[in-house]
Ligand binder design. Structure first.
Ligand SMILES: *Cc1c(COP(=O)(O)O)cnc(C)c1O
Length: 219
């Protein structure tokens, strides 16, 4: 039985517990419900349960689902958490509220241009490839500072960093590393932690956790 509203309650309770154990304020952590590839009835169940912050990793898939839902529920906050191509920047800026996957100069420039054009200044995160994995999106840690400089020149609002740790390494190491990088750069927000490890990310300072299967079930 896949009860989305029960799952949501459970995840929220675990986030609160993880925060309290480390004397952190639970309300400082935002739950981004990752709805990619999930059937509409599960999304409806999450909306009915009061969830309003969602994450999608593909622009096109998100358009089909969220353009109408956002009209129905104007308080939805939609995060793009997947890799972005420059030719999708226009659609991404029109639909999303937060872009978590800024990871190179051409994307930063394309996003900045579209935001100015559309008069929609979205909050952004830079995705960092903390494990320096070849196949993975994200800027390499040693290139973060330069990319951040370009983003600021372009006028992008970079609020924090995002990472997806390598599957075969302890995630806490990567969460701590991301926090260190953010601190060095004077950035306040940290998007880290997924279904398997959000309870580890909260004590390490996550301001956003991105949880899919633990809420919606298997994709
Ligand atoms: C799919 C996805 C998630 C959610 O993963 P779960 O393991 O289902 O919680 C989080 N972040 C990103 C970037 C994703 O693509």
């Amino acid at each position: 039985m896949n009860d989305v509203s029960e799952n949501l309650k459970d995840v929220r309770a675990r986030m609160i517990k993880a925060a309290r154990e480390y004397d952190l304020t639970p309300s400082d952590v935002t739950l981004v419900a990752v709805s990619k590839m999930q059937p509409p009835e599960r999304i409806e169940a999450a909306l009915a349960a009061g969830q309003r912050v969602f994450g999608e990793n593909r622009v096109q898939e998100a358009q089909g689902r969220w353009e109408t839902l956002k009209q129905q529920y104007p308080d939805i906050v939609l995060h793009l958490i997947g890799p972005l191509q420059t030719n999708k920047a226009k659609d991404a800026v029109a639909l999303f509220d937060v872009i978590e996957s800024v990871d190179r100069a051409d994307i930063a420039r394309a996003l900045a241009k579209e935001m100015k054009k559309q008069g929609r200044m979205l909050s952004c995160f830079i995705q960092v490839n903390t494990g320096a994995e070849e196949q993975k999106a994200g800027v390499l840690p040693q290139e973060l500072s330069a990319l951040l400089g370009i983003c600021r020149e372009e006028g992008l609002i970079i609020e924090g960093l995002m990472c997806i740790p390598p599957i075969d390494e302890p995630p806490a190491l990567h969460f701590a590393f991301l926090r260190k990088l953010a601190k060095e750069q004077g950035l306040e927000k940290l998007s880290m932690g997924m279904s398997a490890d959000y309870e580890k990310a909260v004590p390490l300072g996550a301001t956003h956790v991105r949880v899919g299967t633990a809420i919606f079930g298997e994709r």
